[in-house]
Design a protein around this ligand. Sequence first.
Ligand code: PMP
Length: 411
Amino acid sequence: MTAKALDVERIRNDFPILNRKIHGQPLAYLDNAASSQKPAAVIAAVSGYFLNSHANVHRGAHQLSVEATDAYESARAVVADFIGGRTKELIFTRGTTESINLVANSWGAAHLAEGDEVLLTLMEHHSNLVPWQLVAARAGARLKFVGLTPDGRLDLEDLAAKLGPRTRIVALTHVSNTLGVVNPVAEVARLAHEAGALCLVDGAQAAPHLLVDVVDIGCDFYAFSGHKMCGPTGIGALWGKKELLDAMPPWQGGGEMISEVQLEHSTWAAVPHKFEAGTPSVGDAVGLGAAVRYLSQVGLEAIHSHEIELTEYALERLTELEGFELFGPREDRVGVISFRFGDIHAHDLATILDARGIAIRAGHHCNQPLMRHLGVDATARASLYLYNTRAEIDALVEGLIAAKTLFGGFA
Ligand code: PMP
Protein backbone atom coordinates (compact mmCIF):
# COMPACT_ATOMS: atom_id res chain seq x y z
CA MET A 1 0.00 0.00 0.00
CA THR A 2 1.52 3.31 -0.99
CA ALA A 3 -0.22 6.25 0.56
CA LYS A 4 0.69 9.88 0.10
CA ALA A 5 2.91 11.07 2.95
CA LEU A 6 1.32 13.28 5.56
CA ASP A 7 2.41 16.87 5.87
CA VAL A 8 2.34 16.67 9.66
CA GLU A 9 3.33 20.29 10.24
CA ARG A 10 0.36 21.41 8.13
CA ILE A 11 -1.91 19.00 9.93
CA ARG A 12 -0.75 20.31 13.31
CA ASN A 13 -1.87 23.80 12.26
CA ASP A 14 -5.38 22.41 11.90
CA PHE A 15 -5.49 21.61 15.64
CA PRO A 16 -5.37 24.85 17.65
CA ILE A 17 -4.94 23.10 21.02
CA LEU A 18 -1.56 21.70 19.93
CA ASN A 19 -0.13 25.20 20.33
CA ARG A 20 -0.80 25.14 24.05
CA LYS A 21 1.97 25.09 26.60
CA ILE A 22 1.50 22.73 29.54
CA HIS A 23 3.47 23.64 32.67
CA GLY A 24 5.43 25.98 30.42
CA GLN A 25 6.40 23.18 28.02
CA PRO A 26 5.12 22.50 24.50
CA LEU A 27 2.28 19.99 24.63
CA ALA A 28 3.04 16.47 23.40
CA TYR A 29 -0.41 14.92 23.29
CA LEU A 30 0.02 11.15 23.42
CA ASP A 31 -3.36 10.18 24.88
CA ASN A 32 -5.30 9.70 21.68
CA ALA A 33 -6.69 6.28 22.54
CA ALA A 34 -8.62 8.00 25.34
CA SER A 35 -9.76 10.92 23.19
CA SER A 36 -8.35 12.75 20.19
CA GLN A 37 -8.03 16.50 19.74
CA LYS A 38 -10.30 18.43 17.36
CA PRO A 39 -9.38 20.25 14.16
CA ALA A 40 -10.62 23.81 13.61
CA ALA A 41 -12.90 22.51 10.84
CA VAL A 42 -14.88 20.45 13.37
CA ILE A 43 -15.07 23.27 15.89
CA ALA A 44 -16.24 25.62 13.10
CA ALA A 45 -18.86 23.14 11.89
CA VAL A 46 -20.35 22.79 15.38
CA SER A 47 -20.33 26.51 16.11
CA GLY A 48 -21.56 27.30 12.58
CA TYR A 49 -24.49 24.97 13.11
CA PHE A 50 -25.45 26.66 16.39
CA LEU A 51 -24.79 30.14 15.05
CA ASN A 52 -26.88 29.68 11.93
CA SER A 53 -29.07 26.61 11.71
CA HIS A 54 -30.11 25.19 15.05
CA ALA A 55 -33.65 23.98 15.70
CA ASN A 56 -35.12 20.62 16.64
CA VAL A 57 -34.99 18.07 13.83
CA HIS A 58 -37.54 16.04 11.87
CA ARG A 59 -40.78 17.57 13.13
CA GLY A 60 -40.59 21.16 12.03
CA ALA A 61 -41.99 22.81 8.94
CA HIS A 62 -39.98 25.99 9.45
CA GLN A 63 -36.73 26.83 7.69
CA LEU A 64 -34.35 26.30 10.62
CA SER A 65 -35.80 22.90 11.41
CA VAL A 66 -35.39 21.91 7.77
CA GLU A 67 -31.76 23.08 7.83
CA ALA A 68 -31.07 21.25 11.12
CA THR A 69 -32.65 18.08 9.76
CA ASP A 70 -30.59 18.34 6.57
CA ALA A 71 -27.41 18.87 8.58
CA TYR A 72 -28.17 15.92 10.85
CA GLU A 73 -29.15 13.54 8.08
CA SER A 74 -26.27 14.50 5.81
CA ALA A 75 -23.91 13.83 8.72
CA ARG A 76 -25.47 10.38 8.97
CA ALA A 77 -24.79 9.78 5.28
CA VAL A 78 -21.09 10.73 5.45
CA VAL A 79 -20.51 8.78 8.66
CA ALA A 80 -22.17 5.67 7.19
CA ASP A 81 -20.14 6.02 4.01
CA PHE A 82 -16.94 6.41 6.04
CA ILE A 83 -17.24 2.82 7.30
CA GLY A 84 -18.71 1.41 4.09
CA GLY A 85 -22.27 1.15 5.41
CA ARG A 86 -25.59 2.37 4.10
CA THR A 87 -27.22 5.48 5.57
CA LYS A 88 -30.31 3.59 6.74
CA GLU A 89 -28.13 1.22 8.76
CA LEU A 90 -26.39 3.93 10.77
CA ILE A 91 -27.79 4.83 14.18
CA PHE A 92 -26.39 7.82 16.02
CA THR A 93 -25.64 7.05 19.67
CA ARG A 94 -23.61 8.74 22.39
CA GLY A 95 -20.65 6.53 21.51
CA THR A 96 -19.34 2.98 21.51
CA THR A 97 -20.63 2.28 25.01
CA GLU A 98 -24.18 3.24 24.13
CA SER A 99 -23.98 1.39 20.80
CA ILE A 100 -23.04 -1.86 22.51
CA ASN A 101 -25.67 -1.36 25.22
CA LEU A 102 -28.21 -0.89 22.44
CA VAL A 103 -27.34 -4.25 20.86
CA ALA A 104 -27.13 -6.05 24.21
CA ASN A 105 -30.46 -4.68 25.39
CA SER A 106 -32.40 -4.86 22.14
CA TRP A 107 -31.01 -7.82 20.22
CA GLY A 108 -29.67 -9.56 23.34
CA ALA A 109 -32.83 -9.27 25.37
CA ALA A 110 -34.88 -10.58 22.43
CA HIS A 111 -32.58 -13.44 21.40
CA LEU A 112 -30.63 -14.69 24.42
CA ALA A 113 -32.25 -17.53 26.33
CA GLU A 114 -31.27 -19.76 29.24
CA GLY A 115 -28.09 -21.68 28.40
CA ASP A 116 -27.16 -19.53 25.38
CA GLU A 117 -23.60 -18.28 25.14
CA VAL A 118 -22.02 -14.91 24.39
CA LEU A 119 -18.42 -15.23 23.30
CA LEU A 120 -16.17 -12.32 24.25
CA THR A 121 -12.39 -12.05 24.59
CA LEU A 122 -9.98 -11.37 27.43
CA MET A 123 -9.03 -8.04 25.87
CA GLU A 124 -12.48 -6.43 25.85
CA HIS A 125 -12.98 -2.91 27.14
CA HIS A 126 -15.52 -2.81 29.99
CA SER A 127 -18.02 -1.37 27.48
CA ASN A 128 -17.98 -4.62 25.56
CA LEU A 129 -18.19 -6.71 28.71
CA VAL A 130 -20.46 -5.18 31.34
CA PRO A 131 -23.50 -4.72 29.03
CA TRP A 132 -23.27 -8.44 28.20
CA GLN A 133 -22.93 -9.35 31.89
CA LEU A 134 -26.14 -7.45 32.59
CA VAL A 135 -28.17 -8.94 29.77
CA ALA A 136 -26.76 -12.46 30.26
CA ALA A 137 -27.70 -12.39 33.94
CA ARG A 138 -31.27 -11.48 33.02
CA ALA A 139 -31.50 -14.14 30.30
CA GLY A 140 -29.68 -16.94 32.12
CA ALA A 141 -27.05 -16.91 29.35
CA ARG A 142 -23.34 -17.61 29.88
CA LEU A 143 -20.35 -15.51 28.96
CA LYS A 144 -17.28 -17.24 27.55
CA PHE A 145 -13.91 -15.67 26.87
CA VAL A 146 -11.38 -16.26 24.13
CA GLY A 147 -7.84 -16.30 25.55
CA LEU A 148 -4.69 -14.66 24.22
CA THR A 149 -1.44 -15.99 22.85
CA PRO A 150 1.68 -15.29 24.94
CA ASP A 151 2.54 -12.24 22.80
CA GLY A 152 -0.93 -10.73 23.27
CA ARG A 153 -2.86 -11.72 20.16
CA LEU A 154 -6.26 -13.29 20.00
CA ASP A 155 -5.91 -17.06 20.27
CA LEU A 156 -7.88 -18.21 17.22
CA GLU A 157 -7.61 -21.88 18.18
CA ASP A 158 -9.20 -21.09 21.49
CA LEU A 159 -11.87 -19.10 19.67
CA ALA A 160 -12.68 -22.03 17.40
CA ALA A 161 -12.81 -24.34 20.42
CA LYS A 162 -15.15 -22.07 22.35
CA LEU A 163 -17.55 -21.40 19.50
CA GLY A 164 -20.36 -23.88 19.88
CA PRO A 165 -23.97 -24.60 19.03
CA ARG A 166 -25.13 -22.38 21.90
CA THR A 167 -23.01 -19.37 20.86
CA ARG A 168 -25.42 -16.63 19.78
CA ILE A 169 -22.99 -13.76 19.32
CA VAL A 170 -19.24 -13.17 19.22
CA ALA A 171 -18.43 -9.63 20.39
CA LEU A 172 -14.84 -8.44 20.12
CA THR A 173 -12.73 -5.38 19.73
CA HIS A 174 -11.21 -4.54 16.34
CA VAL A 175 -8.14 -2.98 17.98
CA SER A 176 -7.21 -3.45 21.64
CA ASN A 177 -7.04 -0.18 23.58
CA THR A 178 -4.28 -1.64 25.76
CA LEU A 179 -2.33 -4.03 23.54
CA GLY A 180 -2.63 -2.09 20.28
CA VAL A 181 -3.12 -5.37 18.43
CA VAL A 182 -5.37 -5.43 15.36
CA ASN A 183 -7.68 -8.43 15.55
CA PRO A 184 -8.58 -10.46 12.43
CA VAL A 185 -12.22 -9.43 12.68
CA ALA A 186 -13.18 -10.59 9.18
CA GLU A 187 -12.00 -14.08 9.99
CA VAL A 188 -13.75 -14.01 13.36
CA ALA A 189 -17.00 -12.86 11.69
CA ARG A 190 -16.70 -15.74 9.21
CA LEU A 191 -16.10 -18.28 12.00
CA ALA A 192 -19.00 -16.85 14.02
CA HIS A 193 -21.35 -17.13 11.06
CA GLU A 194 -20.23 -20.70 10.33
CA ALA A 195 -21.23 -21.53 13.89
CA GLY A 196 -24.61 -19.82 13.41
CA ALA A 197 -23.71 -16.85 15.62
CA LEU A 198 -23.66 -13.12 14.96
CA CYS A 199 -20.57 -10.92 15.24
CA LEU A 200 -20.33 -7.50 16.84
CA VAL A 201 -17.14 -5.49 16.40
CA ASP A 202 -16.13 -2.74 18.83
CA GLY A 203 -14.45 -0.29 16.48
CA ALA A 204 -13.65 2.44 19.04
CA GLN A 205 -9.90 2.13 18.43
CA ALA A 206 -10.09 1.16 14.78
CA ALA A 207 -12.44 3.58 13.02
CA PRO A 208 -10.17 6.57 13.80
CA HIS A 209 -7.06 4.88 12.39
CA LEU A 210 -7.86 2.17 9.82
CA LEU A 211 -9.80 2.16 6.59
CA VAL A 212 -12.86 0.27 7.83
CA ASP A 213 -15.34 -1.43 5.52
CA VAL A 214 -18.09 -3.18 7.42
CA VAL A 215 -19.14 -5.10 4.32
CA ASP A 216 -15.62 -6.45 3.79
CA ILE A 217 -15.38 -7.35 7.47
CA GLY A 218 -18.70 -9.12 7.18
CA CYS A 219 -19.74 -8.37 10.76
CA ASP A 220 -23.33 -7.78 11.85
CA PHE A 221 -22.78 -4.76 14.10
CA TYR A 222 -19.97 -2.19 14.24
CA ALA A 223 -19.74 0.35 17.09
CA PHE A 224 -17.56 3.46 17.32
CA SER A 225 -17.13 6.83 19.07
CA GLY A 226 -16.79 10.29 17.55
CA HIS A 227 -14.48 11.78 20.16
CA LYS A 228 -11.61 9.40 19.34
CA MET A 229 -11.74 10.36 15.65
CA CYS A 230 -11.53 14.15 15.79
CA GLY A 231 -15.25 14.58 16.49
CA PRO A 232 -17.09 15.90 19.53
CA THR A 233 -17.79 13.95 22.70
CA GLY A 234 -21.31 12.62 23.19
CA ILE A 235 -21.72 11.27 19.67
CA GLY A 236 -20.90 7.97 18.04
CA ALA A 237 -22.63 5.35 15.99
CA LEU A 238 -23.84 1.85 15.65
CA TRP A 239 -23.90 0.32 12.22
CA GLY A 240 -25.93 -2.85 11.83
CA LYS A 241 -27.25 -5.02 9.03
CA LYS A 242 -30.61 -3.67 7.99
CA GLU A 243 -32.53 -6.92 8.30
CA LEU A 244 -31.25 -7.42 11.86
CA LEU A 245 -32.02 -3.84 12.89
CA ASP A 246 -35.49 -4.10 11.33
CA ALA A 247 -36.25 -7.21 13.35
CA MET A 248 -34.90 -5.85 16.66
CA PRO A 249 -37.23 -4.31 19.23
CA PRO A 250 -36.64 -0.70 20.28
CA TRP A 251 -34.41 -0.15 23.28
CA GLN A 252 -35.39 3.27 24.60
CA GLY A 253 -38.87 4.68 24.06
CA GLY A 254 -39.98 8.28 23.54
CA GLY A 255 -40.30 10.88 20.83
CA GLU A 256 -38.72 10.42 17.37
CA MET A 257 -38.78 6.60 17.54
CA ILE A 258 -42.51 6.03 17.05
CA SER A 259 -44.83 5.77 14.10
CA GLU A 260 -48.13 5.92 15.99
CA VAL A 261 -48.85 6.10 19.70
CA GLN A 262 -52.03 4.88 21.35
CA LEU A 263 -52.56 5.03 25.09
CA GLU A 264 -51.76 1.37 25.58
CA HIS A 265 -49.38 0.59 22.73
CA SER A 266 -47.36 2.08 19.91
CA THR A 267 -45.82 1.25 16.58
CA TRP A 268 -42.26 2.10 15.64
CA ALA A 269 -40.56 4.39 13.19
CA ALA A 270 -38.33 2.80 10.57
CA VAL A 271 -34.65 2.16 11.31
CA PRO A 272 -32.53 4.14 12.16
CA HIS A 273 -35.09 6.41 13.90
CA LYS A 274 -36.55 3.45 15.82
CA PHE A 275 -33.34 3.50 17.86
CA GLU A 276 -33.01 7.26 18.31
CA ALA A 277 -35.51 8.14 21.02
CA GLY A 278 -35.68 11.79 22.03
CA THR A 279 -34.03 14.88 20.60
CA PRO A 280 -30.70 13.76 19.18
CA SER A 281 -27.38 15.48 19.73
CA VAL A 282 -27.64 17.36 16.44
CA GLY A 283 -24.67 19.69 16.90
CA ASP A 284 -22.43 16.77 17.84
CA ALA A 285 -23.61 14.75 14.84
CA VAL A 286 -22.76 17.71 12.60
CA GLY A 287 -19.33 17.79 14.26
CA LEU A 288 -18.82 14.08 13.65
CA GLY A 289 -19.79 14.57 10.01
CA ALA A 290 -17.15 17.31 9.76
CA ALA A 291 -14.59 15.08 11.49
CA VAL A 292 -15.19 12.29 9.03
CA ARG A 293 -14.91 14.71 6.12
CA TYR A 294 -11.64 15.98 7.58
CA LEU A 295 -10.20 12.48 8.06
CA SER A 296 -11.29 11.44 4.58
CA GLN A 297 -9.70 14.51 3.07
CA VAL A 298 -6.39 13.77 4.81
CA GLY A 299 -6.83 10.12 3.85
CA LEU A 300 -7.11 7.13 6.17
CA GLU A 301 -4.38 5.27 4.33
CA ALA A 302 -1.98 8.18 4.79
CA ILE A 303 -2.95 8.49 8.45
CA HIS A 304 -2.41 4.79 8.98
CA SER A 305 0.99 4.78 7.23
CA HIS A 306 2.10 7.76 9.30
CA GLU A 307 1.05 6.05 12.52
CA ILE A 308 2.71 2.78 11.59
CA GLU A 309 5.95 4.57 10.75
CA LEU A 310 5.82 6.57 13.98
CA THR A 311 4.99 3.46 16.03
CA GLU A 312 7.97 1.69 14.51
CA TYR A 313 10.20 4.64 15.40
CA ALA A 314 8.76 4.80 18.93
CA LEU A 315 9.26 1.08 19.53
CA GLU A 316 12.81 1.22 18.20
CA ARG A 317 13.70 4.06 20.56
CA LEU A 318 11.75 2.79 23.56
CA THR A 319 12.98 -0.78 23.44
CA GLU A 320 16.55 0.55 23.60
CA LEU A 321 15.78 1.74 27.13
CA GLU A 322 16.77 -0.72 29.80
CA GLY A 323 13.69 -1.65 31.83
CA PHE A 324 11.19 -0.88 29.05
CA GLU A 325 8.67 -3.66 28.60
CA LEU A 326 5.99 -3.54 25.88
CA PHE A 327 2.60 -5.18 26.36
CA GLY A 328 1.16 -6.64 23.18
CA PRO A 329 2.79 -7.84 19.99
CA ARG A 330 5.56 -6.04 18.11
CA GLU A 331 3.76 -6.56 14.76
CA ASP A 332 0.10 -6.39 13.59
CA ARG A 333 -0.45 -3.41 15.79
CA VAL A 334 -1.26 0.26 15.72
CA GLY A 335 0.11 3.13 17.76
CA VAL A 336 -1.29 2.19 21.16
CA ILE A 337 1.87 1.57 23.16
CA SER A 338 1.28 0.14 26.64
CA PHE A 339 4.35 -0.44 28.72
CA ARG A 340 6.02 -0.94 32.03
CA PHE A 341 9.24 0.90 32.82
CA GLY A 342 11.32 -0.82 35.46
CA ASP A 343 9.58 -0.65 38.82
CA ILE A 344 8.30 2.92 38.41
CA HIS A 345 4.52 2.88 38.81
CA ALA A 346 2.58 3.93 35.73
CA HIS A 347 0.89 6.77 37.65
CA ASP A 348 4.27 8.16 38.73
CA LEU A 349 5.48 8.00 35.14
CA ALA A 350 2.41 9.85 33.89
CA THR A 351 2.85 12.56 36.54
CA ILE A 352 6.54 13.04 35.78
CA LEU A 353 5.85 13.20 32.05
CA ASP A 354 3.00 15.66 32.57
CA ALA A 355 5.42 18.08 34.23
CA ARG A 356 7.30 18.01 30.91
CA GLY A 357 4.13 18.71 28.88
CA ILE A 358 3.76 15.09 27.78
CA ALA A 359 0.26 13.64 28.10
CA ILE A 360 0.10 9.87 28.43
CA ARG A 361 -2.42 7.74 30.32
CA ALA A 362 -1.81 5.43 33.25
CA GLY A 363 -4.27 2.96 34.68
CA HIS A 364 -6.28 -0.10 33.79
CA HIS A 365 -7.71 1.57 30.66
CA CYS A 366 -11.14 -0.01 31.40
CA ASN A 367 -9.49 -3.39 30.86
CA GLN A 368 -9.41 -4.80 34.40
CA PRO A 369 -9.69 -8.49 33.38
CA LEU A 370 -6.88 -7.97 30.86
CA MET A 371 -4.72 -6.28 33.53
CA ARG A 372 -5.23 -9.32 35.76
CA HIS A 373 -4.26 -11.58 32.88
CA LEU A 374 -1.10 -9.51 32.33
CA GLY A 375 -0.35 -9.60 36.05
CA VAL A 376 -0.32 -5.81 36.50
CA ASP A 377 -2.69 -3.32 38.08
CA ALA A 378 -1.94 -0.60 35.55
CA THR A 379 0.13 0.16 32.47
CA ALA A 380 1.51 3.41 31.13
CA ARG A 381 0.10 4.05 27.66
CA ALA A 382 1.25 6.39 24.92
CA SER A 383 -1.13 6.48 21.96
CA LEU A 384 -0.50 8.18 18.65
CA TYR A 385 -2.53 9.95 16.00
CA LEU A 386 -2.09 11.82 12.76
CA TYR A 387 -0.60 14.96 14.34
CA ASN A 388 2.11 13.28 16.41
CA THR A 389 5.77 13.65 15.50
CA ARG A 390 9.13 12.00 16.01
CA ALA A 391 10.11 14.98 18.17
CA GLU A 392 7.29 14.06 20.56
CA ILE A 393 8.53 10.48 20.71
CA ASP A 394 12.00 11.82 21.48
CA ALA A 395 10.50 13.93 24.28
CA LEU A 396 8.79 10.82 25.66
CA VAL A 397 12.06 8.89 25.64
CA GLU A 398 13.89 11.76 27.36
CA GLY A 399 11.08 12.00 29.90
CA LEU A 400 11.39 8.31 30.74
CA ILE A 401 15.16 8.65 31.17
CA ALA A 402 14.53 11.62 33.48
CA ALA A 403 11.99 9.59 35.48
CA LYS A 404 14.52 6.84 35.97
CA THR A 405 17.11 9.36 37.17
CA LEU A 406 14.56 10.91 39.53
CA PHE A 407 13.89 7.49 41.04
CA GLY A 408 17.62 6.81 41.36
CA GLY A 409 17.42 3.96 38.87
CA PHE A 410 15.40 0.77 39.27
CA ALA A 411 15.35 -1.34 42.42
N1 PMP B 1 -14.07 0.14 23.37
C1 PMP B 1 -12.78 0.45 23.28
C2 PMP B 1 -11.83 -0.53 22.66
C3 PMP B 1 -12.34 1.67 23.77
O1 PMP B 1 -11.04 1.98 23.70
C4 PMP B 1 -13.27 2.58 24.34
C5 PMP B 1 -12.83 3.93 24.87
N2 PMP B 1 -11.72 3.89 25.70
C6 PMP B 1 -14.60 2.20 24.38
C7 PMP B 1 -14.97 0.98 23.89
C8 PMP B 1 -15.65 3.09 24.97
O2 PMP B 1 -15.82 4.23 24.22
P1 PMP B 1 -16.74 5.43 24.72
O3 PMP B 1 -16.29 5.74 26.13
O4 PMP B 1 -16.45 6.52 23.76
O5 PMP B 1 -18.14 4.95 24.68
